[in-house]
Design a protein around this ligand. Structure first.
Ligand code: 4AD
Ligand code: MG
Length: 436
């Protein structure tokens, strides 16, 4: 048995099943300690799971003395035989023969008592160690893994878009500005424009990375920094893109149900609504959705974009994800293809997650024609010269192409059943929070 970091390391808690009777070493952090006279129970967490370490004074007097007074989150290593213990967290326990304190801790600030959300977010660096946040991170990891696995299986190539931009990708009001050696630069709002260039080179591509929006909104759906997955497909219309979105979202939900059962139970997520996620997803034109919303008594101006209450109402009305499409041109960015025969509507679709979660995907068919795109840039008040490279994509073999952006945190918040997207990212950046 060697120390932590040596070639023969400790046994991971997740690997204890099937090793009953073996003498193992487990290294981790003390999550919880309780004692009854001559016996101490230490719950040790190593990142892969939790195991109960039982220390008896008569059996291991030295270990027992070390365990006494050991504070929550002390790092320790225990050695001893494993046995099944259905009453213990994780279902196993280690009968401790040796105990080494690797790093003692005292006065750990997050007590088992209830803390307010701001306190927990101030201590996010420590809060991540707890069961709920850790369960969310496992679901997030599975969402990202599954989404990439799906796309690769469909022949997509991952390309990475730059973070520093010379031009706006979505709109000019929500840009984070920075200084690029005396020239203004912006943090990316979307990798889309670069994904379009890459799609003309590689056919089917996706970008995956952080994106930034200087949103002053403090809703449960908005972060200033969020991760977006953006597939882009050459020779694909909006219909083709929506069909792919249905399959992608279904695949991701299925993989989470299959692999994250314990995390979903930790979060007390009712999985019945997730099990209903199957194509085809219902579709509503914007005009029909708007009419329905007004009939429900919600205020909505003519050609007005949906706000949080509208999205919530729509996404509560269906038991599966819902596509809203054919939006007014005025509420969408400059690059969207007009609907044939309805120049005031664009070939755009948002996918709203059910149970009140709202938009998780925004996508569209892109303008293929250089002259129309130039006109739209002018109408949007954007500097045509800055988009010259983007116009080149139409000058040199412009083709029908479509793509979409799936917000990772919104998707995770929905699947994990969270109240707020800030819990779906390890270190959230919101209007009032830049630390830790
Ligand atoms: O609808 P959006 O703005 O679309 C785009 O950026 C396109 N360029 C995507 C594309 O076609 N390639 O954003 C896409 C998704 C939203 O549906 C939402 O899930 C997420 O990104 N999103 C946010 N998530 C958290 N906080 C915010 N402030 C978000 N803004 C958008
Ligand atoms: Mg959108």
């Amino acid at each position: 048995m060697r120390a932590v970091g040596a070639a023969v390391g400790p046994t991971r808690v997740a690997e204890l099943p099937g090793r009953e009777g073996e003498r193992v070493q487990v290294a981790g952090w003390l999550t919880h300690r309780r004692g009854h006279g001559a016996i101490a129970f230490l719950v040790v967490r190593d990142g892969s799971g939790e195991v109960q370490a039982v220390v008896r004074r008569d059996h291991a007097p030295e270990a027992f003395a070390r365990a006494e007074g050991l504070g929550q989150e002390s790092a320790l290593r225990v050695v001893g035989p494993v046995r099944a213990q259905p009453r213990a967290p994780g279902g196993y326990e280690v009968e401790v023969e040796e105990l080494e304190v690797l790093s003692p801790a005292a006065d750990y600030p997050i007590a088992p008592k209830e803390h307010g959300i701001e306190f927990l977010l101030d201590h996010r660096h420590l809060w991540l160690r707890h069961r709920r946040p850790a369960a969310v991170m496992r679901i997030r990891d599975t969402v990202l893994w599954a989404a990439e696995a799906f796309l690769r299986g469909e022949g997509f190539v991952r390309v990475d878009a730059p973070i520093l931009m010379g031009t706006a990708a979505e709109n000019t009001t929500q840009l984070f500005r920075t200084d690029y050696f005396g020239e203004p630069a912006y943090l990316t709002q979307s990798g889309q424009l670069y994904a379009e260039a890459a799609a003309m080179a590689l056919g089917r591509v996706y970008t995956l990375g952080p994106t930034f929006r200087a949103e002053r909104s403090k809703t449960r759906r908005h972060l200033l920094e969020f991760w977006m997955l953006e597939p882009e497909m050459a020779f694909c219309d909006l219909e083709g893109s929506m069909a792919l979105q249905e399959r992608l979202v279904t695949y991701v939900v299925e993989r989470v149900l299959e692999r994250c059962g314990e995390a979903l139970r930790t979060l007390e997520r009712d999985t019945a609504p997730l099990e209903r996620v199957r194509p085809p997803f219902p579709r509503l034109r914007y005009d029909d959705a708007a009419e329905w919303l007004r009939a429900q008594g919600l205020a909505l101006g003519p050609e007005e974009d949906f706000g949080a209450p509208h999205e919530t109402a729509l996404s509560q009305a269906f038991d599966r994800p819902l596509f809203v499409h054919a939006f007014p041109r005025a509420v969408k960015p400059f690059y969207m293809e007009p609907e044939p025969g309805r120049p005031d509507r664009v070939l755009a679709a948002d996918l709203l997650a059910p149970e009140g979660y709202g938009e998780i995907i925004g996508g569209s068919q892109r303008i293929a024609d250089a002259d129309l795109l130039r006109r739209r840039l002018q109408e949007a008040g954007l500097d045509e010269a800055a988009y010259d490279w983007y116009l080149d994509l139409r000058r040199y073999g412009g083709v029908v192409h479509s793509g979409f952006g799936l917000g990772i945190e919104r998707t995770v918040a929905w699947i994990a059943g969270l109240d707020h997207v800030r819990e779906a990212v390890p270190f959230p950046r919101t209007y009032n929070r830049l630390r830790p």
